[in-house]
Design a protein around this ligand. Structure first.
Ligand SMILES: [Zn+2]
Ligand SMILES: [Zn+2]
Length: 258
């Protein structure tokens, strides 16, 4: 089963998964980019589209793709998409080829954001997490609270550590600059940043990330680690009263970070 990050716009990835002649696309912000990719290999059939949230850079290609391919679309039950879709929410399952996608509720970036996780028989698991979890970072809180996002990331953190994390944006290097400011003593983080810089210099994506690695380097998955808490408190000028408060301090710090 082949997994491809198709670059779109400035820094989006449209994830494509291929099983035999069947193709599944995730968050197709740009329909023409997907159609051009499909045209390179005759016989491929886009039959399923998964949408994580309603933002236009994730949904802008839906109309074109549904018209051209008739693909079925699954999207978050709490959000409105530009095409008719089968609404899904946490606990639902979607069968595609040999896979069973599990739907996870991960509100925070948007109110109804969902993620999709599956375990191929002979490969490590795959997570499509949209704009919730990025390598070294997390999505901005446009419609949700820090407490919701923390709970969503906690949920993702409990997935198998070999899960391939397919984020929707190439934000890794700027995220890691922030992560290094929060945790200057984290040696795994320093090594990971060097590896990601090398990949970008070669024009390669830094993704998919690996969940176990993210747990070691991503400050937004590490907001209960004493060094991260201390850094957040020092930057904010006061210790937060609880876990959600620490997370809010970190998110606010990142929002201001240049
Ligand atoms: Zn978004
Ligand atoms: Zn986005």
């Amino acid at each position: 089963m082949q997994l491809t990050p198709l670059p779109a716009f400035a820094d989006n990835y449209i994830w494509l998964l291929q099983h035999q002649q069947q193709v599944l696309a995730v968050d197709p912000g740009d329909g023409q980019a997907v159609l051009q990719w499909l045209a390179r290999e005759p016989g491929l059939q886009l039959d399923t589209i998964l949408v994580t949230h309603h933002h236009a850079d994730h949904t802008g290609g839906l109309n074109d793709l549904v018209l051209a391919t008739g693909a079925r679309v699954f999207g978050p039950a709490l959000e409105k998409l530009p095409v008719p879709c089968t609404p899904v929410a946490g606990g639902d399952e979607i069968s595609w080829g040999p896979l069973n996608w599990q739907v996870l509720d991960v509100p925070g970036h948007t109110a109804g954001h969902v993620a999709y996780w599956a375990q191929p028989a002979d490969q490590s698991p795959v997570l499509f997490c949209g704009d919730t979890l990025f390598s070294g970072g997390c999505g901005r809180l446009f419609e949700g609270t820090a407490a919701q996002m923390l709970q969503s990331l906690d949920h993702l953190s409990r997935l198998p550590t070999n899960t391939r994390v397919c984020c929707a944006h190439e934000y890794t290097l700027s995220n890691l600059r922030f992560a290094r400011t929060v945790e200057p003593g984290n040696m795994q983080l320093a090594a990971y940043e060097l590896a990601c810089q090398a990949r970008r210099e070669q024009g390669q994506p830094t993704l998919p990330a690996v969940l176990g690695q993210e747990l070691e380097i991503n400050p937004f998955l590490r907001s209960r680690v004493p060094a991260v808490r201390a850094a957040a408190a020092q930057h904010a000028g006061a210790a937060a009263p609880d876990d959600a408060g620490v997370f809010a301090q970190l998110r606010e710090w990142k929002n201001q970070f240049k």
